[in-house]
Ligand binder design. Sequence first.
Ligand code: AMP
Ligand code: GLY
Length: 432
Amino acid sequence: MKILVIGSGGREHAIVSTLRKSPDITEIYAAPGNGGIQSEAICRDVKATDIPSIVALAKEISADLVFVAPDDPLVLGMVDKLEEAGFKTFGPRKNAAILEGSKKFSKDFMKRHAIPTADFEAFKDAQKAIQYIKSRNSYPAVIKCDGLALGKGVIIAQNEDEAISAIEDMLLGGKFGDSGKQIVIEEFLKGTEVTVLAFTDGKTIVPMPPSTDHKRAFDGDKGLNTGGMGVIAPVPYYTPAIADECMEKIFLPTMNGMTQEERPFKGCLYFGLMLTDSGVRVIEYNCRFGDPEAQCLLPLLKTDFLKIIQAIHEERLSDIKVEFDNKSSACVVMASGGYPEKYQTGFQITGLDNSNDNICIYHAGTKLSTVNAAPAIVTSGGRVLAVTAIADDLKSAVDNAYKKINDIKFEGAHYRTDIGNKALKNGFLPQK
Ligand code: AMP
Ligand code: GLY
C-alpha cells in the first residue's frame, strides 16, 4: 500500500516511523514533511492546509490511504474532499472535527449529552461578555477563543482587568482573527490534568495509555504556554477506577453522542481531562493525535498501526485487539532558544545517530541543508525534535531520554529538565 501522511511536525514523524513497521506498506509519502521524515518517506512540498493541492497529490501518486494528522486541515474538511475524490482516509470529517474546531460547539455538545465539563457561557458581544464577567466576579476565570488558535487562545484571567483585556483582545481587537469572533467564558477547574487519546470508528472506542503533556516552556511549569515540551505515559495517578469513570461518563457518551447526531467520529479522539475533587471533567477535545503525545505513545503500540487504521475505516474496530507495550515512555522536546517567542534557526544539529531500539528521535523543526559543503540537518522551527525512551519503569524511561538528549547539540538548544518529575516524586496525585 502507498500511504500519504499530511503534516510536518514531530507527530507526523512518529506516525511515519510507526507506519513503516507495517509489512503491507510499500511506500510512504509526506506533505510537506521535514528534515527527519525525509529519511523515512518521500517528502513533497505541498502545504498541509492546501486542500486542492493535497487532493491532486493523492491522485498523482495513487495513494491507497491518506492520513490527515494536523488540526487545521481536519477542521477545514480535508477528509471530506479526499473522500469525495475516492480516497480512503484516516481522520474525522469536518462535521466531527468541529469538536476541536469550535469550543462553543463542544461545550453545547457536552451539555446536551450530560458529559461533565466546566460551566460556561458563550458570547459574540464584548459588552455582554464584560457585564457577565463583572456580575460573576469569580477568579481565576477562563476565557477561550471559539476557534483554533495554535494553542494560544486560552487566557486564565486572575482578576477583572485581565479578564476584560482578554475579552477586548478577542472580540474587539481581532487578536485571534475569526477564531476569536466568539468566545467561551468558563469556570476554572482545579485539579490534575491527564490526556487520554482514543481510537474510535464511531461504534467502538479504545483508549490508549493515559499521558500528560508539560505545556509551559520552563521547569516547574514556569514561562509561557508552548505546543508541549514533553510527555510521559502511562501516568500513575490515572487509576483503573478513574479509567472506568472516564469510559462510562465521558468516552462512551462522547462517541455515542457524535454518532447519534450523525457526526460519527472516526480517527483519534483526544480527551483533555481534569481530575478534580468532584470527579473527572473534560477540559477540551482535540480531533487528532496530540503533539508530542503521539511521539510518546506510538512507540508503545504493539499492534500493526495499519491494521488499526483499516479497521477504523471499515468500522470494525471491535474485531481487532489493540495492544500497547506494558512499559513506560518518556518524551522530551528540544526547542530553539527563545521558543515560544522569538528564536533563530539554521543551526546545525549533531549527535542524531541512534542505534538503540528503545530510543526514538523524532524531528519537528528541522531541515536538510548544507554546512561546509556537506549535507547537514539544521534547525528550522521552534520545537526542533523530541527524544522518546521506552523502559520497564518511568524513572528509567526519563533517565534514558535525558541521556540521549545530552548527546544532541545545537546552538541555543533549550529543553525542560523536569519532564515526569511530578509523577515520579508523588507517585499518585501530585500536590495541588
Ligand atoms: P485548551 O486549549 O482548552 O486545552 O486549554 C489550554 C490549557 O488551559 C489546558 O491544558 C489547561 O491547562 C488550561 N485550561 C483550559 N480550560 C481550563 C479550565 N476550565 N480550568 C482550568 N484550566 C483550564
Ligand atoms: N500537546 C497538545 C496538543 O497537541 O494539542
